[in-house]
Design a protein around this ligand. Structure first.
Ligand code: HEM
Length: 147
């Protein structure tokens, strides 16, 4: 482990809040960041590019910001809102049938984008995002895996 990777004695809630403010919290969509994310995510696999083949990407980009907020909310409340349920259904068996392994690619691509777009983004911030987004991802994967 590199010596700057001291992950103990950190309050990950506070760290996440500061990181979120810097990356997404200025009151409007961070268009560059979301653009860069989709470019990177789609470049990861032709399966992903095909799933988005019919998608209006500009609408998709504004929705990503809102869905991130709803995952942050879920990590705090552990209460499934109608929005989060709909988001899961869109990806699941009755919807786009997203293969489960792509959710790891999604999260890895988001983290890679943050490193590219924000020179201040650190390893411990990465962990704070992974911790916060994981409950929402677990929920969406759970719905997607349902028979
Ligand atoms: C937890 C991670 C994810 C979040 C937060 C997320 C977010 C979203 C949002 C907000 C929408 C639009 C929903 C609407 O129409 O109201 C959407 C649709 C979609 N997502 Fe995701 N997504 C995630 C993971 C994935 C993954 C891993 C894939 C795999 C390729 C994927 C592919 C799609 C596709 C194909 C659509 C439908 C686009 C259309 O309507 O044409 N998503 N997603």
């Amino acid at each position: 482990m590199s010596k700057d990777l001291n992950l103990s004695d950190i309050n990950y809630e506070d760290l996440f809040d500061r990181s979120y403010q810097r990356l997404l919290g200025n009151g409007c969509y961070n268009v560059n960041l979301i653009d860069a994310f989709y470019r990177l995510f789609m470049s990861k696999s032709c399966v992903i590019a095909e799933l988005f083949a019919e998608t209006n990407m500009s609408a998709q980009k504004t929705m990503l910001h809102d869905s991130l907020d709803s995952m942050v909310e879920f990590s705090r409340t552990k209460t499934i809102t109608p929005y989060l349920q709909k988001l899961a259904d869109i990806h699941g068996k009755g919807g786009k049938q997203v293969p489960l392994y792509l959710f790891d690619v999604w999260l890895d691509s988001l983290m890679e984008t943050f490193y590219q777009q924000d020179p201040q983004f650190t390893k411990s911030e990465e962990l704070s995002w992974r911790l916060v987004l994981s409950p929402g991802i677990v929920f969406i994967k759970f719905i997607c895996a349902k028979k």
